[in-house]
Each structure stands twice: as C-alpha cells, then as structure tokens.
Design a protein around this ligand. Structure first.
Ligand code: SIN
Length: 275
C-alpha cells in the first residue's frame, strides 16, 4: 500500500487498496486511514453501485438525502450532476454536509463517473486544525456554546437545478449543535460551524453572534488548512464529514468555453448527535 499526502493539513491519495473488497479487514484499514488523514482518494476504482453500497454499509447505516431524489434502482445513491450551463451548483461554497440535521452525516463516499477535462476539483479543509489555531479570545467566548444550523433555502435551491430532481420535501430543519464538538472516535476537538448552514450562536446577542461567526468563517477559509483533489474518472473520495468541510469548485464558466458536465455518485453514512 502507498499513502501519498496531498498537503500538510489533510488528505491522502491511497494506492494498493481495492474498494471492491468490502471485507471487515479491508474496511478497518480504510477507516483507520480516514481517521488519520480525514479524506482519502483512490483512483482507477471501477466499482459498481452495489460495491459502493457494500463498502458504505461497513461504516454504519446509510442516510437518505433530505431533499434530493435518489437513483431509481439504488435509493442509497444520489447522482450529483453538474451541468455546464447550470446557474446554481451543488456544494459550491464551504460546508459540512447536512449539519442542520439532528445527526449530521458521518462519512461520505463520492465516486466520479464523468469528469470535465479541466475544472471541477474538490477542496477539503481540516476543522481540527481550525480549532487548534483559533484566536484564544474567540475560543473563550464560544466555550460551551451552541449554534443553530438551518437548512433555510436548501429545498428551494434543489428545485432550481435543471439536471437533478428534488424528492418533493420542502420542509426546513433547524438544530442546535455545540460550536466545538468532540470527535466520537479520535476524541479530538473540532470547530463545528459552517458558513452555509450555521445561522446564530445561542445565548448571545445577534450583533455579537454575527461578528464572531464572521471571524470564525474567515478563519475556517484559511488555505493552509486545505487540500485539493483533481478528479479522474472512476476515482473515489471517502471523507470524514465530522472533522472536515469541503467545497466542489464549479469553475466551468461556460463563457470561457470550458463548460463540461460532471457526474458523481454520492452515498452518505448516518452520523451521531454532535457532543
Ligand atoms: C458535495 O458538496 O457534497 C460534493 C462535492 C463535489 O461534488 O465535489
């Protein structure tokens, strides 16, 4: 097995592991690598939908997406289609998946099916380092505090896609989570707010909450916390959604003649209630 680090912050490209093998032994190696590097990348893994599902189930029960219709024959998989001319794109700013849920996603397995010749990389950011390097004054102010995460607007957003279908659910969800959570497996502290879904710090006046969240969001965007993966077809990313944020770069800009379609299959594994 070969482990090639993608940056000093997080991320490793792994060679010598076959993702068609969903045995307990193979999964344990993958899970340990994921806990260590937070996001793993594998190339040339021509796995079937069933094989992707079998591997995902090793991490725990699978999660249905709140708003997006899944594949007809595989309710566990949603197909993320980014059209060249789509006005709004999936996951195009920093976020942690579905943090508005009471039990946000634990792990995501994303498999590429069609990749543009240029553009469409995914970036990841390490929220354990973001916590460690956070300003001490801010750390004191947020100690023991919770924030509200809300899906406000997410349902309507899905409806605007031309290439992907909503599942008909238009309800909105809000849940409170600790601003600093402890990872259930590594026991490390994680800065657990994100600019896409976190709206307000509880038990703090709105002005102060807005100011602190703005500072934290800016801090979380530091490029030295990140790594970037350049996709090829039949590549797979497996990431820990508890300790990272990510964003899919939608640098297709049809006006520059670079517009191409990008197609990915996504499976999410249920997480726990952040503590
Ligand atoms: C996501 O935001 O869930 C997917 C990221 C990507 O498509 O690169």
């Amino acid at each position: 097995m070969e482990v090639k680090l993608l940056s000093g912050a997080l991320g490793a490209e792994i060679r010598g592991i076959n993702l068609k093998d969903s045995s307990k032994e193979n999964w344990e190696v993958i899970n340990n690598l994921m806990l260590e590097h937070k996001v793993l990348f594998f190339r040339d893994q021509d796995i079937t939908c069933d094989e992707q599902i079998n591997l995902a189930k090793k991490f725990g029960p699978l999660e249905k997406h709140v708003y997006v219709k899944s594949l007809k024959d595989y309710p566990e998989i949603i197909r993320i289609i980014k059209g060249a001319d789509e006005k709004h794109q999936w996951g195009e700013t920093w976020h942690t998946d579905v943090s508005y849920n009471p039990k946000p996603t634990k792990v995501i397995i994303l498999r590429s099916r069609k990749i543009p010749p240029v553009g469409g990389d995914t970036m990841f950011s390490n929220m354990e380092i973001a916590y460690q390097t956070l300003d001490e004054e801010i750390k004191k102010k947020i100690e023991g505090k919770k924030a509200i995460h809300s899906s406000l607007g997410a349902a309507a957003f899905v409806d605007k896609y031309t290439e992907m279908e909503g599942n008909g659910n238009l309800d909105e969800y809000s849940n409170e989570h600790p601003i600093v959570r402890t990872h259930p497996e590594t026991k490390k502290k994680i800065l657990y707010v994100n600019s896409m879904y976190t709206k307000r710090i509880i038990d703090m006046d709105k002005k102060e909450s807005d100011e602190i969240l703005k500072k934290i969001f800016e801090h979380q965007e530091r490029l030295d916390f990140t790594c970037r993966f350049k996709w090829t077809e039949n590549a797979v990313a497996i990431w820990d959604n508890r300790s990272t944020q990510h964003q899919g770069l939608t640098d297709f800009f049809p006006g520059r003649g670079l517009g191409h379609e990008r197609i990915m299959d996504r499976i999410a594994i249920q997480g726990d209630n952040p503590k």
